[in-house]
Structure formats: C-alpha cells, structure tokens
Design a protein around this ligand. Structure first.
Ligand SMILES: NC(=O)c1ccc[n+]([C@@H]2O[C@H](COP(=O)([O-])OP(=O)(O)OC[C@H]3O[C@@H](n4cnc5c(N)ncnc54)[C@H](OP(=O)(O)O)[C@@H]3O)[C@@H](O)[C@H]2O)c1
Length: 333
C-alpha cells in the first residue's frame, strides 16, 4: 500500500483510507454484521492501511465506538491516523469542544489526528467553529484540523484564521463537480484532498443495473428522482444518464480486461491533487479487493475515455457538489 505525506504535517497516510461510515447499521447502509466490520478493519491494517475516517453521526456514535474498541483491543492507536468530524448540528464553539470530548471518549483515545468540520451550519459562521478547533489543536486534543464539503467561500473563511490541512470531498466517475473550482483551489493552496464515496455507495462496483435495484437509503443522491422515499433534494434526478454512464464505464472496463470498481478507484486516485481515497468496505473480501485495485494505474487514453463517458451525466447533474441537497438548499458555500 502506497503511503503519502498528509500535506503540511509530519504524518504519512495510506493512499486508501478506511471509511467507517458503513461499519455500523443505519438508514443508509441497512443492517451490518459487527464481526464482519471488525474483520474488514483488521484486514485493512494488515494490508498497510493506517488511515481511518469516522464521524459521530455515523450510526449515532456507533462507528466511533467500534473503531475505538478495535484500536483498544488490538493495541493499534499509535499505529493509526484517525480522522473524525464535528457534527453539523453542534457547531457553536462550546458545542465543538463538548463534541470533541465525546468523540475522544468513544474512540478511547486522548487525541484525534485530524479533526474536521463535517458540513457548514446555516446559523453559525464556519469561522466561529474553526476558532474552537484551533484552540483544541493548541491544547493537543487534536493534531491537525481540516474541513469537509467546503466550497471556495468556506475555505476562505477558515483560511483567514488558519489554513485547513485537508478538504474531504465527494468525487467519483458519477460525481465530478469538484473539478471546476474546488479541486484546482486545493491544488493551488496545497490543501490535501480526501475523496469520499469513490465507489458511489457501491454503484461503481456494478451492484445495480437499474435504479429500481438501488435501495432507498442509497437512492437519496441527486442522481435519483426526488420521489424516492428518503430523497430530499427536490429535483427530477437523472437516472437515465446515470445508468447510461454506468453502462459505458462497464464497457470500457471490460475492454481493458478490468472490473468496473477497479477502474473507478484507479480513475479517482490518479487525479492530480488527491491525497487519499476513502472507501467503505462491508467485509474483509471487499477490503482486500480494494487494496488490490488501488495500485493498478490507468493509461492517459483510458482516463480520457472515462471522462467522455460521464460528460453527459455531469451536464445533467449541474455544478452543485452536494449529493443530497439541491438548488438553494445546497450546503456548499
Ligand atoms: N465527509 C462527508 O460528508 C462524507 C460523506 C460520505 C462518506 N464519507 C466518508 O467516505 C467513506 C466512503 O464513502 P461511502 O461509504 O459513502 O461510499 P463508497 O466507498 O463509495 O461505497 C462503499 C460501499 O461500496 C461497496 N463496496 C466497497 N468495496 C466493494 C468491493 N470491493 N466490491 C463490491 N462492493 C464494494 C459496499 O457496498 P455494500 O455495503 O452494499 O456491500 C460498500 O459499503 C465513508 O465511510 C466515510 O468515512 C464522508
């Protein structure tokens, strides 16, 4: 597993980061088997993955709890770089401090390597929450601070006080909005980019052949009609373009003698300015697959053909990088 420097820190992280959202059962992922999640996490460590991303909102504390237990039972804390986040609903400065303490307890540790804002909060200026995070860093409770889902305005707001180490952003072949402005700005300012949902919740692993096959929890993104029971974006969606893009990606992958997930992960990690790709894995087999896939590069020609195959979908989705909220409700600033 290739190790890379986390920009502007003394930390080295694996190019594949283990995404801990799906280690616990919830409305998005459905039921999870705890023992399978534990085996996936241990297999990750065994494969050279040292970077783990979690958040309080994942399974309402269950994801942080499980990561804490796995680290404690296997004496792993010092070997891992742990990233967690401030819940979007708890961003007043005093809440940020209390939430950090609660995360430390659940993770059974006295420091978090990378503490991130998860989303902005309409009521509270991001710079207010950021100031509290800078103080937590000064106290040694968190090693470094970063943002997630931050557009140019939010990046400017926090940089006025202290530049974020990283911006965690959605990026995959079916979701390329950050290419226009956010990714170039991160490259320019040497802010590390941590990519989330590189397999688009399994769609890019070839799990679903039509929108009807996609469970409601995963059909909340703007790809799908807002008529889906758990969707809230208020848009018609672009299911036809999405499944046409998937069909073409699969055809390209087959032509290269590779699987779709393989090509999807390689396409993401090869983009300039990407530090790590945060992928979820439900069990050990998926984790081992992803580890094998991450080191298998694509030619420039293949990258271009894949770009072309998703162009029409990108036009249909428009520039909003928020997967779940549409129009004026987009949380990107
Ligand atoms: N900052 C944010 O706002 C934010 C938002 C979303 C995610 N994240 C982070 O990013 C991480 C990853 O994103 P994600 O969990 O949304 O999605 P993802 O990595 O795109 O998808 C994970 C899912 O893909 C399927 N999968 C993974 N490997 C596979 C394989 N080898 N073969 C077949 N299927 C495979 C599994 O689906 P099944 O469960 O169906 O098997 C797995 O649960 C999260 O865990 C979280 O840490 C952050």
């Amino acid at each position: 597993m290739k190790q890379v420097a986390l920009p502007n820190t003394d930390l080295t992280v694996s190019q594949l980061c283990f995404g801990c959202w799906g280690v616990a059962s919830d409305f998005h992922w459905g039921d999870r088997i705890e023992e399978e999640s534990i085996q996936a996490m241990l297999a990750a460590v065994d494969s050279g993955v040292n970077f783990f991303d979690t958040a309080p909102v994942y399974g309402d504390g269950a994801s942080e709890n499980l990561l804490g237990r796995v680290m404690s039972n296997n004496n792993l804390r010092e070997k891992l770089v742990v990233a967690s986040k401030v819940p979007p609903a708890k961003m007043k400065p005093e809440e940020v401090v209390a939430e950090c303490e609660a995360s430390l307890q659940r993770l059974q540790t006295d420091y978090i390597d990378l503490y991130q804002t998860h989303w902005g909060n309409q009521e509270i200026p991001l710079s207010d929450s950021w100031e509290a995070m800078v103080k937590l860093q000064e106290q040694g409770k968190v090693g470094h601070i970063g943002v997630c889902n931050a557009g140019l305005l939010h990046m400017d707001d926090v940089t006025d006080l202290q530049k974020p180490i990283t911006n965690q952003l959605p990026y995959n072949l079916l979701w390329r909005m950050i290419e226009d402005m956010i990714l170039p700005r991160c490259r320019e300012d040497e802010i590390g980019v941590l990519v989330y949902s590189p397999l688009m919740h399994g769609m890019l692993a070839g799990k679903y052949k039509s929108s009807a096959e996609v469970p409601d929890g995963r059909a909340r993104s703007r790809h799908f009609t807002t008529e889906r029971p758990l969707a809230r974006h208020g848009e018609p969606g672009c299911e036809e373009e999405t499944f046409e893009a998937l069909r073409q990606i699969e055809e390209i992958a087959n032509g290269l003698g590779r699987e779709m997930a393989d090509v999807a992960l390689a396409w993401t990690i090869q983009q300039e300015g990407i530090t790590s790709v945060i992928a979820g894995a439900r069990n050990e087999a998926q984790l081992r697959d992803n580890v094998a896939r991450i080191g298998n590069p694509l030619s420039a020609d293949a990258m271009n053909v894949l770009d072309d195959a998703t162009e029409k979908l990108m036009e249909a989705l428009g520039p909003n990088p928020d997967m779940w909220d549409g129009g004026e409700n987009s949380r990107y600033r």
